[in-house]
Design a protein around this ligand. Structure first.
Ligand SMILES: CC(=O)SCCNC(=O)CCNC(=O)[C@H](O)C(C)(C)COP(=O)(O)OP(=O)(O)OC[C@H]1O[C@@H](n2cnc3c(N)ncnc32)[C@H](O)[C@@H]1OP(=O)(O)O
Ligand SMILES: CC(C)C(=O)C(=O)O
Ligand SMILES: [Mg+2]
Length: 529
């Protein structure tokens, strides 16, 4: 690789710019954690999303780790034209050369070499003296520099390293050609005050500090990764290493969405911003959960399901008066759709009335007490009260009623690589029994079709989710279905040790709701079965 070919994206000379570079390591540190491995296709998909998001540097992998990681880094380097593509290397000639080869086709490339500097790591892991660490790091940086103009050096376990020694390490690293010096809190041990002090101290004492970007790389073992990264920025760090959803070794890395939104929402406090298109944060987070199969917690900041959802009556009342009472950013700012006022046992009359009005039900003051009491009674039993439940209450019907349809028999048959068939026998409260069979793309589809035929109710399924609600081989599965019917969304759920049966119960719950709220002549009655 020509070491000068990527000069145009160089960090050097740009130190004063008040923009914080976002260095994404989802595809390296993020996928290093158990359960988060991604294959080449998944990594490439993620890399495109990160490019669209506007990250400055993508750490695409560790080329020496495996042939697939090498191939992933090469491919990402070849296809991405915007961000700098970076590969990680130990201070080993083979690692550095492999990194250089993997990045050959990159428009903007960076080799990231690292070596531990803390006493614990020097003594027990590397068996190196202080001077050997400096010499090894410098030799590695010089080798990398011959392959690539941009070289980052990380002092692994920097926050447990003697500060004066760290000054010597970084001074030597910059003299050897490092353009970014990274200060990792590898084990998530530090605190925000210490991080700010350390970055300030290093910027004051490292020789050649004005020729390099100082960077943070924080882990979340004590839940302070984002706070520590922001403290580093406040003290002058101009690169933050982070990951989508905060994935990474052990408890993870600093979460990109949190860092980015903190810098944006508290822009006046920090006085710096990033180049991230924040409206793509949520879609990118969702993509990662799909590619890894690892969901984020409901209460995760910025991208969790509850980040913009309110169930408590007092908060809902405030939100109805002024959004700013309980939200410091809008869900739209991070690409997440609308704020949700979820009705549950903590909700009050203001939110209930507003939702009923939006559903077309004006409830006068006299009737409201009764509607509210029925709503609370139901909410005590259910986690969330849905629109259909509210409609039933508003119409004076029983939201907990079951039937009229019930399952008597269910059989499914599926063949590997082929279609599946299902047959159902249902009874109707009117006394009729009806049996139907259908084929489909898999047993779930076949069962849904058989139920549609048997009940005469068309279900256009828009969402389908199955999750375990207990543990072990005999775990209960809960199926949740949302279906479109008569221009409305209808929800139903079913629980069984057999997920196909759970699905059938969920579908029937929807059909029953539709029938109870919009009484139709059941097919059984029409057919006279
Ligand atoms: C803090 C971090 O996140 S560091 C990055 C961690 N990521 C990974 O480890 C993922 C990828 N790693 C791998 O696939 C493998 O560990 C490989 C291919 C890199 C190396 O595998 P192996 O050669 O079998 O070594 P192994 O992983 O068992 O041990 C690590 C070796 O690297 C050495 N080492 C560790 N860090 C460095 C470094 N920065 N520079 C030079 N050598 C290092 C260790 O001392 C040890 O050396 P030894 O084999 O001479 O005892
Ligand atoms: C390789 C380095 C930057 C790292 O991941 C760490 O120290 O946590
Ligand atoms: Mg790390």
């Amino acid at each position: 690789m020509n070491p000068d070919h990527n000069n145009e994206n160089s960090d050097v000379g740009d130190v004063a710019a008040e923009r914080v570079r976002i260095f994404d390591t989802t595809l390296r540190d993020g996928e290093q954690a158990p359960g988060f491995s991604m294959d080449r296709r998944a990594k490439l998909r993620m890399a495109h999303a990160l490019e669209a998001l506007g990250v400055d540097i993508i750490e695409a992998g560790f080329p020496s780790a495996s042939p697939d990681d090498f191939a992933s880094v090469s491919e990402i380097a070849r296809v991405l034209r915007g961000p700098t593509v970076c590969g990680l290397a130990r201070c080993h000639d083979n690692d550095i050369d492999a990194c250089g080869r993997a990045l050959e086709a990159a428009r903007h490339a960076r080799i990231h070499v690292f070596l531990s500097t803390s006493p614990l790591h020097r003594e027990h892991k590397l068996n190196m003296s202080k001077q050997q660490v400096i010499d090894t790091a410098c030799a590695a940086i010089e080798r990398a520099k011959k392959l690539c103009h941009e070289v980052e050096f990380s002092a692994e376990d920097a926050m447990r390293t003697e500060p004066e020694y760290l000054v010597e390490v970084f001074s030597a690293a910059i003299a050897a050609g490092a353009t970014t010096v990274n200060v990792p809190d590898t084990v998530g041990y530090t605190t925000p005050v210490e991080m700010a002090e350390r970055i300030t101290y290093l910027r004051q004492h490292v020789r050649g500090a004005d020729r390099a970007i100082f960077s943070t790389h924080c882990h979340d073992d004590l839940g302070m990764a984002v706070a520590n990264s922001l403290a580093g920025v406040a003290a002058g760090a101009r690169q933050v290493e982070c990951t989508i959803n905060g994935i990474g070794e052990r408890a993870g890395n600093a979460s990109m969405e949190e860092v980015v939104m903190a810098l944006r929402v508290r822009g006046a406090f920090f006085g710096v911003d990033t180049g991230i298109d924040a409206r793509k944060l949520y879609p990118t987070s969702r993509l990662l959960t799909q590619l890894t199969g690892q969901p984020v917690a409901r209460n995760k900041a910025v991208v969790g399901d509850n980040a913009f959802a309110h169930e408590s009556g007092i908060h809902q009342h405030g939100m109805l008066k002024h959004r700013g009472t309980y939200e410091i950013m809008r869900p739209q700012d991070v690409g997440m759709g609308e704020t949700r006022l979820v009705l549950g046992k903590h909700s009050g009359r203001h939110a209930l009335r507003q939702r009923l009005q939006s559903l077309g039900h004006e409830v006068d003051e006299a009737a409201m007490d009764n509607v509210f009491a029925r709503f609370k009674a139901l909410a005590d039993k259910k986690r969330e009260v849905h629109d259909q439940d509210l409609e039933a209450i508003a119409l004076g019907m029983d939201p907990e009623a079951t039937g009229p349809w019930r399952i008597v028999q269910l059989n499914t048959n599926s063949h590997l690589g082929g279609s599946a068939s299902a047959s159902v026998k249902l009874t109707h409260d009117s006394g009729h029994e009806v049996g139907e069979a259908a084929i489909g793309d898999g047993p779930v589809d076949a069962v849904l079709r058989a139920i549609e035929r048997a009940t005469g109710t068309a279900l256009d399924v828009t969402q389908f989710q199955v999750r375990a609600v207990s543990e072990g081989g005999d775990a209960q599965g809960q199926a949740q279905l949302t279906a479109r019917h008569a221009e409305r969304d209808w929800r139903g759920s079913g629980v069984s040790t057999d997920i196909i049966e759970a699905t059938a119960h969920a579908a029937l719950a929807i059909v029953n709701r539709i029938e109870r709220q919009q009484p139709v002549t059941p097919r059984a009655a029409v057919a006279g079965l």
